[in-house]
Design a protein around this ligand. Sequence first.
Ligand code: BES
Ligand code: MN
Ligand code: ZN
Length: 495
Amino acid sequence: MISAIPRLGSRKVKGTPTDQALIGLTHIAIPVAASKIKIDNKWRKLLERHLSIDLEKEISGAKEFNSKIGEIIEVKSNTHSIKIFLIGVGENKLIDQRKLGAILGRRIKGSPIKLLSLCPQDEQQAIVHLNGLALSNYSWNLKSTKKSEPIEFLISDEFKSAINRSEVLVEATWKARDLIHTPSNIKTPKWVADQAKKMAKENQLSIRVKSGREIAKFGGLKAVGNSSKKNPPCFVEISYKPKKSGSKGKQIPHVVLVGKGITFDTGGVSLKRPYDMMTAMKTDMAGAAAVLLATVAAAKLNLNVRITTLLMLAENALSATSQRPSDVIEHFDGTTVEVINTDAEGRLVLADGLAYADLNLAPDYLIDVATLTGAATLGLSRHFAALYTRDNLMAKKFHEIGEVTGDRIWQMPLVDDYAIALESDIADLNHTADKYDFEAGSVTAALFLERFAGNRRWFHLDIAGPARSESDSGENPKGGTGYGVRLLTEWMAQL
Ligand code: BES
Ligand code: MN
Ligand code: ZN
């Protein structure tokens, strides 16, 4: 079952409200800060009369309620079926809105719901809050019994211009999650390319899919992907241009996004061990899903940027045509690379994408997104992506946007002293940085990728940690999180 995306909407609760504002609602969430109810007085009176409750009394009567973020008093009306959540909002800051949304969303998950939340205090807060509410309601399975509850989340109509933006972000993240959750017997490279074609058509994006002889120069993509005869590799190029370009004379920035799209990662000949580590590896295309859906979201919002999105799609299989440790391959830009461990396949497919972008696309910003290294997860666990770049100012911007959207990043250093680890006796580079034992696997992987980015403003997001969640937590479901869709979309919106 692929669950339905919650509907978003608004109700008039300012000015002189009427009973009509209550029609059909199952729940109302009311913010409480420092034991005070933070809603319009007229509306509150209406509610109290209509539901015959006394909200202040409920708060003073509640034990262990300190108005801390996420604390909830549940109030039932004697005369009406609407339930009230009095929810502590702390200082009600912008970055708390997502948390509050997720707490409410989880609380009511699994039942038919029409919830009106009065937590957001402005339009920006409303976007973040709706995202948290809707995304925490995600579920995915292939059970043959179909059951899908209609869910609707409403906010005050003062902020209703937030609804469209939230709808776009929620839908895109939702679809990225669907792609990531799909098992790899269904999700072949061609299947992902077909999904991309469908989305491109719906959003008037141009798209080209290349395979076979057309990817002859993509030595890394071929070396990895030809391990599967049945599901061969392919390269997808999608482009977006805004319908009407911005201020005359001013060039709009060109962003190139490159996504790691390994539809399953067995490790190849360097087989993953212990073997149960492998079951999570259907999610190894989460980078490709993120860049694809961020592009779709950007198009839906008609953002004033030019985007070219490259999906590096391949399966890393174990077969007679798998590459071998010790092979030497040649990348798109002619760089030769000695393959050490066939489980470090991500950087091989990305190297071709980055080189192609640098040589053919003249990007102003070149960004790759990849579930690249277990080492990144060791360093930062699952709540942050590792960001590598030489552009510290822009890294700060990514950090700020990450804190608000929930796709958080932490900038990591490109340690030049470790670059000698990439030397090879027989090729330009060895691909796992196996010389001199520096460890720092996420850093050296980034240093490898940087060799293919030319002199571009380059950003590498290692999302091995946050792309997947081990449990339902916050707005993330167990499994693929859709990390990066909100971050990249909001970042492009601010260029
Ligand atoms: N897809 C994995 C990285 C990964 C591991 C993502 C765990 C999510 C969870 C990647 O292809 C990989 O296998 N990387 C190796 C690199 C090593 C062989 C140099 C790793 O991190 O162990
Ligand atoms: Mn691997
Ligand atoms: Zn991988």
